[in-house]
Design a protein around this ligand. Structure first.
Ligand code: ADP
Length: 292
């Protein structure tokens, strides 16, 4: 078996109405990594994920899952992955335990194994006290945990999650991060999408930035920051609202602010958000404003 979980080559997706949602995307997800695709709403993340999970047929290009062509052999490719789609929902009136058992059986586990696996997941997901509760009795965060459980019920080598933490409060989000890290430690490869900068920064080994359908960067957060060119920033309020100036020397940055008569400013390290703004052209605008 080819050991590369995901290989995407020159992927393009044009919807019927003429929207090019993905343009020439190529990426390789390596074994055992946790890779995040970051971009705002409408950037093309779900379109990319749905082609990788074989739900959408690419307009052109190639998707391989452990070497298997996702277009010509979708069922075989799907056998390697557990998927949590963005719009996934649970059945009303069905308990946590029953969900996990039923989905285990749907994934081909024998009844006994499905029951055992459900119990394992309940403990793994921290759902012990909720095991017999039905969907409507559970918070959004707990429901999301069950969906992660369903995606991983057959212990697939590859987990794919589309915006898994949308709408979760910080505590539930952190729980989800821990859970995904645990899967990774056990040898799974994880691909997820997010529009939360801090999630990409805190959770992912590598981050791919998608902008207007194109993958404009793919690297570790540290490398992305290094490529950004500036290590520090000074932010302050002005007549034009919040402004940011970037540089490699905090003393010079502070001097620049002071030269403009700014008394109150904050010095900090650049973040992934700065990298994102820089790559999508926003930083130039911020600098122009700061210098003007
Ligand atoms: P994201 O997941 O980053 O929010 P999507 O992949 O959902 O982005 O969407 C990318 C672009 O494709 C958007 O402009 C969106 O409006 C458009 N789009 C998504 N689905 C369809 C569709 N079924 N038909 C036409 N356009 C679509």
């Amino acid at each position: 078996m080819n050991t590369t979980p995901i290989e995407v080559r020159d992927l393009n997706k044009k919807y019927k109405d003429g929207t090019w949602a993905n343009r020439n995307i190529s990426l390789v997800v390596e074994h055992g990594e946790l890779l995040g695709i970051l971009g705002p709403n409408g950037a093309g993340k779900t379109t990319l994920i749905r082609q990788i999970t074989t739900e959408l047929v690419p307009t052109s290009g190639e998707v391989r899952i452990f070497g298997i062509d996702g277009v010509s052999r979708p069922n075989e490719a799907k056998g390697y992955m557990g998927v949590m789609p963005q719009e996934a929902s649970l059945y009303w009136g069905l308990s946590v335990r029953h969900h996990l058992r039923i989905f285990g059986k749907l994934r081909g586990l024998p009844a006994k194994t499905a029951s055992r696996r459900a119990e394992e997941l309940i403990s793994d997901l921290g759902l012990g006290e909720h095991r017999d509760k039905v969907t409507e009795e559970l918070s959004g965060g707990l429901r999301r945990r069950i969906l992660v459980g369903i995606a991983s019920v057959s212990e697939p080598p590859l987990l794919i999650l589309d915006e898994p933490s949308v709408g979760l409060d910080p505590e539930a989000r952190r729980y989800l991060w821990d859970l995904l890290r645990r899967y990774q430690r056990r040898g799974s490869t994880v691909l997820l999408t997010t529009h939360y900068m801090e999630e990409a920064e805190a959770l992912c080994d590598r981050v791919g930035i998608i902008h207007e359908g194109s993958l404009i960067a793919l690297d570790t957060v540290d490398n992305l920051k290094a490529a950004h060119g500036y290590e520090f920033k000074v932010t302050f309020g002005s007549d034009e609202g919040a402004e940011t100036i970037y540089g490699g020397d905090t003393g010079m940055l502070v001097q620049q602010a002071q030269d403009r008569g700014i008394q109150e400013y904050a010095v900090s390290l650049t973040t992934l958000e700065d990298v994102y703004l820089g790559l999508t052209g926003e930083r130039a605008r911020l600098n122009e404003r700061a210098e003007g």
